[in-house]
Design a protein around this ligand. Structure first.
Ligand code: GLA
Ligand code: ZN
Length: 668
C-alpha cells in the first residue's frame, strides 16, 4: 500500500455534480486517499435500521476511478437527532449535573447501553457493507475520542460503570477503603454502590485516590468504547486496517493503551491551534513533541489524519499561515515519522459550525494558493517517501511519558502553575534546540536501547518501575529524575517508607528532608557557571554520595544543592529538585548529553530544526526553517540535497540524503 497524501472529504456537503471535479482536482494534486463519513450517521442511517450507503458507494466509485482510496470513519461522534429522541438518556451529564443537549457533537454518554447498541449497529452495518470494496483500505473509529468529554459524563450509567470498574480492581469494598484511605472524613463505604463520581456537587474536594481512579476509569471507558467497535470491524472486515486520530498531548485517554488495538496510530496536527480560543501558535518544539509522542506510542511511524490546510477557526479565526508554512508543517510531520499526511479538509465548508476552518480549497471550490503550495509539496515529497516508509529516525535518548503521573498531578498540582506537560516540554525544548532526537517511551519498552532516559515527575511509585529504572542505571544507563518523585504509592497515598525520593533515594545518592513550594517567588541557581532561575518547587536535598551539579545562590536556599549527579553501577543518575528555566535547562542538558555521549544531527540555529528518518539504504535529514527569514545550514558534504539546498527560504524546508555504509541499527 503506497499511500502518501490524503484529504478529509465530506462529499455529502456538496452536490453530486461536483464530485467528479473534486476527484479530478485531488488526483491532479497528487492525493491518494480520502477519509470520509465520520460525521455522516444521519445520511447513512436515517431511521433505525434504514441504511443508505448508495451515496457513499457512488463517491467511493468516483474516487476509485481517479485512483483514490478510502478510510471510513464510524460516525459515533455525532449521534443524529432521531437517536437522541428515542433514547434521551444518551445525552451526557456534566460534573455540575447539567444534562448536555443536542446541537453540537459528542453529545453522548459512552457507557450508556442504549448508545452502545446504536453504535454497534452502525459499525456492523458499515463494516459489512464496505468489507469487500477494494478501495476501502481501513477504518477510523469515532473521531478524536475523548474530545469534548473532559467534564463528562457523570450520569447514573457512568457511575455504575465506575463502581463495576472499582469492584473488578479491588475485589472487596474493604480493600478499596484501605487503599483509598477512606477513614479520612468518615468516607468509609459499606458497598461499591455508595461510591460517587467526582462530580462538582461535592462540598469540598474529592478524595485524591478516588479522583485518580476516576481518570483511569474514564480512559479505560473510552478505550472500551473504541475496542467494541474495533472488534466488530475486525470480524466483519478482517482485511482492512484500524487507526484512530489522536490529539497529541491530549490527556484524557492513555494513548499507549488505546494504541494497542490499532494497526497504527494517526494524529491531528494543527500548528495554529483549535476552536474559538485565540491561541498563540504552537512553537516548533511543541509541534515536534506532539509528533514524537505519536511515534512513541507504538515505536513506529504513524499517519497524520488531519493536517492543517488553511486558517483555522470556528467563530474566531486564527492567523493565516504564511506562504510556505503549510508545506513546512507537512514536511515536519513526515520528518517526525508520518508515513502519510491527510489534510483537513478538502474544501472550506459553506454550512455549519466549521465554516471558517479552512480547507485546501476556498469556499468557491477554485484551486488557489493553498492548493498550489501543497501540490508542489506533494510532488517533492511523494517520490522519496517509500524509501523511509516504516522506519523512524532512531534516537539515543528517551523521555518517559506517563498519563498516570499527569493525572495524579492534575488532581494535586502542588503549585498552581505546575503542569506535567509544561515541565516535560522544558526537556523537549532543550533537546529540540540541540537537534538531538528524543523518543517518547512508556517505560515498558526495552530501556537499555537508550543511553539516557528522562523520567520527569515520577510522583506515583508505579509497580515495577523503580526496579526497572534502577536496573537500567546499574547496567550503564543515564537517568534523569525530577522533583516530586516517589512521593505517592500507586493508589495516590503518601508513601512512608524512608526519605524521599522513596525508592530512588539510594540510586540517586540523596535524601530530601524538606521542601518548599515556591509561591510567588523563584530561586537563583548556579549550574557550572550558568546562573538562572528555579521555579515552582524546591527540594531541600542532602547529599548521600551524590555531588551537586547546581546550587542555590542567595535567597532562601542559597548554597543548597538542587541538581545532583551520582554514579551507580556502570550508569549515572541525576536529580533535579525544581523546575529549571531555559538557561539552566540548557546548561544541564549540555552536561547530561555530553556525559551520555549523545550525538546531535547538526548545528543549532534559532528556528532551524533538523530531523532524521532512516530508510532502507540511506539516512534522510530534513532541515525545517520555522522563521520568516532565510536561513542556511552547514552540513557535512556526505549529506546530498535532494529537495532544496543548504540555503533555505523563509518557512522553507530541504531534504538531504546520505548513503549508509553500516546496516540500519534497528527496525525504527
Ligand atoms: C478536529 C476534528 C475535526 C474538525 C477539526 C476542526 O480536529 O477532528 O472534525 O472539527 O477539529 O475543528
Ligand atoms: Zn454517562
Amino acid at each position: 500500500m503506497s499511500i502518501h497524501f490524503g484529504v478529509d472529504y465530506y462529499p455529502e456537503h456538496w452536490p453530486m455534480a461536483r464530485w467528479e471535479t473534486d476527484a479530478r482536482l485531488m488526483r491532479e494534486m497528487g492525493i491518494d486517499l480520502v477519509r470520509m463519513a465520520e460525521f455522516s450517521w444521519q445520511k447513512m442511517e436515517s431511521a433505525e435500521g434504514t441504511f443508505d450507503f448508495a451515496w457513499l458507494d457512488r463517491s467511493i466509485e468516483i474516487l476509485a476511478r481517479a485512483g483514490i482510496r478510502v478510510v471510513l470513519g464510524t460516525p459515533t461522534a455525532s449521534p443524529p437527532a432521531w437517536i437522541i429522541q428515542a433514547n434521551p438518556e444518551i445525552l451526557p451529564l456534566d460534573s455540575r449535573g447539567v444534562r448536555r443537549g443536542f446541537g453540537g457533537r459528542h453529545h453522548d454518554c459512552q457507557s450508556n447501553e442504549a448508545y452502545r447498541v446504536h453504535a454497534r449497529r452502525i459499525a456492523q452495518a458499515m463494516a459489512r457493507h464496505f468489507a469487500s470494496k477494494p478501495s476501502v483500505l481501513g477504518w477510523q473509529i469515532d473521531n478524536e475520542l475523548g474530545n469534548s468529554h473532559h467534564d463528562l459524563c457523570h450520569c447514573e450509567s457512568c457511575r455504575h460503570a465506575f463502581q463495576a470498574w472499582l469492584r473488578a480492581k479491588y475485589g472487596t469494598i474493604a480493600e478499596l477503603n484501605r487503599r483509598w484511605g477512606t477513614v479520612f472524613w468518615s468516607q468509609t463505604y459499606d458497598d461499591f454502590a455508595q461510591v460517587p463520581t467526582p462530580a462538582a456537587n461535592a462540598v469540598n474536594a474529592h478524595n485524591p485516590s478516588l479522583h485518580l481512579d476516576w481518570k483511569r476509569f474514564h480512559s479505560d471507558l473510552i478505550i472500551e468504547f473504541h475496542d467494541e467497535q474495533a472488534a466488530i470491524i475486525r470480524r466483519e472486515a478482517p482485511g482492512q486496517f484500524i487507526t484512530h486520530n489522536l490529539m497529541g498531548f491530549f490527556d484524557l485517554v492513555d494513548y499507549f493503551k488505546l494504541a494497542r488495538s490499532l494497526d497504527f496510530v494517526s494524529h491531528d496536527q494543527y500548528p495554529m491551534g483549535f476552536f474559538d480560543r485565540p491561541q498563540p501558535m504552537k512553537d516548533p518544539a511543541t509541534l515536534a513533541a506532539h509528533l514524537d509522542l505519536m511515534a512513541g506510542l507504538k515505536g513506529a511511524p504513524f499517519w497524520v489524519m488531519e493536517q492543517q490546510a488553511g486558517p483555522t477557526g470556528w467563530s474566531i479565526l486564527g492567523k493565516t499561515p504564511r506562504p510556505g508554512q503549510l508545506a513546512l508543517w507537512t514536511a515536519q510531520s513526515i520528518a517526525h515519522g508520518a508515513d502519510a499526511v491527510v489534510f483537513f479538509r478538502w474544501r472550506s465548508c459553506t454550512v455549519g459550525t466549521e465554516q471558517y476552518w479552512h480547507g485546501i480549497l476556498p469556499h468557491n471550490g477554485l484551486p488557489g494558493r493553498r492548493y498550489e503550495e501543497l501540490k508542489a509539496c506533494i510532488a517533492q515529497l511523494s517520490p522519496v517517501m517509500d524509501d523511509f516508509r516504516g522506519c523512524l529516525g532512531g534516537s539515543e535518548a528517551a523521555l518517559l511519558f506517563s498519563y498516570e503521573q499527569n493525572w495524579a498531578l492534575e488532581v494535586q498540582p502542588h503549585h498552581p502553575d505546575l503542569d506535567y506537560l509544561q515541565h516535560t516540554m522544558g526537556f523537549c525544548r532543550a533537546f529540540h534546540e540541540r537537534n538531538i532526537p528524543l523518543a517518547f517511551i512508556s517505560g515498558s519498552e526495552d530501556l537499555a536501547r537508550h543511553r539516557l532516559i528522562i523520567a520527569p515527575l515520577l510522583f506515583l511509585d508505579l509497580p515495577g518501575l523503580a526496579a526497572r529504572l534502577t536496573a537500567y542505571v546499574r547496567g550503564g544507563g543515564h537517568l534523569v529524575l525530577t522533583m516530586r518523585t516517589g512521593v505517592k504509592d500507586q493508589d495516590n497515598l503518601c508513601q512512608t517508607e524512608g526519605p524521599l525520593p522513596g525508592p530512588y533515594a539510594e540510586l540517586l545518592g540523596i535524601e530530601i528532608l524538606d521542601y518548599d513550594c515556591l509561591r510567588d517567588c523563584e530561586e537563583r541557581v548556579e549550574c557550572e557557571g550558568t546562573v538562572g532561575a528555579a521555579r515552582l518547587w524546591w527540594d531541600v536535598i542532602e547529599l548521600r554520595g551524590a555531588r551537586a551539579l547546581a546550587r542555590g545562590r542567595g535567597g532562601d536556599h542559597g548554597g543548597e544543592p538542587i541538581i545532583t549527579e551520582a554514579e551507580a553501577g556502570s550508569g549515572r543518575a541525576y536529580y533535579i529538585g525544581s523546575e529549571l528555566d531555559p538557561a539552566l535547562m540548557s546548561r544541564f542538558v549540555d552536561h547530561a548529553a555530553k556525559a551520555a555521549g549523545l550525538a546531535s544531527l547538526g548545528p543549532s540555529a534559532e528556528g532551524l530544526e533538523l530531523v532524521r528518518r532512516r530508510g532502507a539504504e540511506a539516512d534522510y535529514l530534513f532541515a525545517l526553517n520555522h522563521r520568516g527569514e532565510g536561513a542556511s545550514v552547514a552540513l557535512p558534504p556526505a549529506w546530498e540535497a535532494i529537495i532544496g539546498s543548504r540555503d533555505l527560504p523563509p518557512y522553507g524546508f530541504s531534504l538531504f540524503r546520505s548513503e549508509r555504509t553500516e546496516p540500519r541499527p534497528r527496525p525504527h
